[in-house]
Design a binder for this molecule. Sequence first.
Ligand code: FCB
Length: 471
Amino acid sequence: MVSENGQVQFPEGFVWGAATASYQIEGAVAEGGRRPSIWDTFAHTPGKVFGGDTGDVADDHYHRYDQDVALLADLGATHYRFSLAWPRLQPDGRGPLNPAGADFYERLVDALLAKGVQPWVTLYHWDLPQALEDAGGWPAREVASRFAEYAGLAYERLRDRVVHWTTLNEPWCAAYLGYADGTHAPGRTEPVAAVRAAHHLLLGHGLALQAMRAHGARGADGTQRSFGITLNLYPVDPLTERDDDRDAARRIDGLFNRQFLGPVLRGRYPADLLDDLALVTEAEHVHDGDEQTIAEPVDFLGINYYSRMVVRAGGGQRHQPGTASVWVASNDVEFVSRDLPRTEMGWEVDAQGLYDVLSRVQREYGPLPLYVTENGAAYADEVAADGTVADPLRVAYLDSHFRTAHRAIADGIDLRGYFVWTLIDNFEWAWGFSKRFGLVYVDYPTQRRIPKQSARWFSEVTRRNGLLSPG
Ligand code: FCB
């Protein structure tokens, strides 16, 4: 796969895309019958989001989607990963589809298809209808059934035009940032609720797959639909081979990675994780048959990769009641920083970690088709006097990660595609608009889109289906 001129060539048919999420780009939060999600409520709560930013307008993508689809076509993207806003489609989280919401996504999908870009839908990227949070949120089992109902309705409406369906984006974040440390919506700090939320998200995933497949797994043209989930996976390494450091790594890996990989791909929670969690809660919320439902087969696994964790044992108690830690029942662990370049998020740049994640999943849970559904970097981009945006650090970041992905494929890993996070600068959750991840710069006051240097570079990659040799 490395040709004579040194070009790194990806397999034919490799998926190249960019990703976004509804609340981060759409704006128009009160239009077309949309009602509030937990992120609307959270962002409007003082002190929750940096600078008091909200997604009220965001990138105004709801009105400018045509322009954004044209940007994707200019990038040469084969696919576009975006999420449906549940509160646009089912404003109160139950009942029939809201026609105006469904029309919007139909228009978007048609615009993509007209430009030859395949839609890749995520059903849940964190914007739970507020009405369902008011009824208990993800810690309430009922929400899993509501999610399946919504998935079935959305699928029924769009399945003729959309091949790839992802249930959840990063359930770890939705559960633990949302309900344990409260840095994401809905901002609750209840460890037991977080553990339950994680389970009900996974249960919702399994039920949603069943609901979609019940409508038939083929489109009108007879082609097969493809179903999966996106998990954020990081390697978790112990700082030393000491038993206590290794045990710290085991616990964090259990909470972050295996809690989700286990039930989805093996049909059971890891026993050691359940033992750890027993410090705060027994697993009585896991009913007979749930793990089987969660293990409903997936056609692919989406992986979001950003960095690696290195941990050591902390000196304290494993569980300190009253602390709002994401590391439920393991908050005595120390995270060790390494002498590596960092992005604007403070995340260490570690391309090899992507290889380690992909090979681990294939070895321990595969083989199954894998896609990198997010990878990218925030940098402090600025518009120069000549109107251009130079982002050489982002180009270098993506180049090193793409090369790593290529090496993984050459070593036999079944990686089929790669989505850059993100198409356009957008609302970066608790960081508001202060962090820019886009291939395309957004000047928020005017909503002008300016493709960055990385956008031009990426369009070369998609055109060649590969990379030129460095130097
Ligand atoms: C991921 C999210 C995505 C974006 C990136 C930077 O955790 O899925 O929405 O915020 O991080």
